[in-house]
Ligand binder design. Structure first.
Ligand SMILES: Cc1cc2nc3c(=O)[nH]c(=O)nc-3n(C[C@H](O)[C@H](O)[C@H](O)COP(=O)(O)O)c2cc1C
Length: 178
């Protein structure tokens, strides 16, 4: 059940030193490519990264929150063509989360690494750092990188008690959900 997968999924930032099988990578990409998008525009592009040297370099994309990528087995860089969709951020984000949910269902851990609107350093945006390193054309935007691998850490699953129903209203904004 998808709800069970959602409860079990946590951000995993430590990975076993074990490659992800090609069949699983193929399934992760199917999940991304079969995601819904505005007017079926499918503006996304994905770059699969398995080379250690590339993972280590991409781990330097941001001032914080990306270093663990160096020890991941795999990364999928999530990009989009903004000319193909005026809501490319939403389209790319849904595809990125499809990858994360499918990873969980395949026994893999994952973590979202935000690239858009983040900085590599004072002079360089994370997007430009990633774009330069991976030869991404100027007109293509980089949304995020999903780090992936067999989990090297355990985290508590979520339960229904973790779902903050105070943020849900009934009928009108602010009215208690019952
Ligand atoms: C849009 C978005 C951006 C995120 N950016 C990062 C990031 O750059 N680095 C990181 O380590 N985690 C990142 N995360 C993961 C969140 O920190 C994590 O989902 C949140 O703390 C909840 O923990 P959980 O994923 O274990 O439920 C991001 C998550 C989302 C949805």
């Amino acid at each position: 059940m998808v709800l069970e997968i959602l409860k079990e999924r946590r951000s995993i930032r430590k990975y076993q030193d074990k490659p992800v099988e090609k069949e699983k990578i193929d399934k992760l990409l199917q999940a991304a490519l079969l995601s819904p998008s505005s007017v079926d525009s499918q503006p996304w592009r994905f770059i699969v990264i398995e080379e250690k040297e590339e993972l280590q370099e991409l781990a330097r994309s941001k001032t914080g929150g990306s270093s663990f990528l160096a020890d991941a087995a795999l990364a999928i860089v999530v990009c989009a063509d903004p000319d193909a969709s005026d809501v490319w951020v939403e389209d790319a984000s849904i595809a990125a989360f499809s990858i994360q949910l499918t990873a969980q269902s395949l026994g893999l851990g994952s973590c979202w690494i935000q690239i858009r609107n983040r900085r590599h350093d004072e002079e360089t945006k994370s997007e430009d750092f990633v774009r330069d390193y991976l030869n991404i054309p100027d007109y293509i935007r980089v949304d995020s990188i999903i780090s992936l691998g067999y989990p090297g850490e355990e985290k508590d699953f979520y339960t229904k008690d973790d779902a903050d129903f105070a943020k849900v209203y009934q009928g009108k904004y602010g009215e208690k959900f019952n």
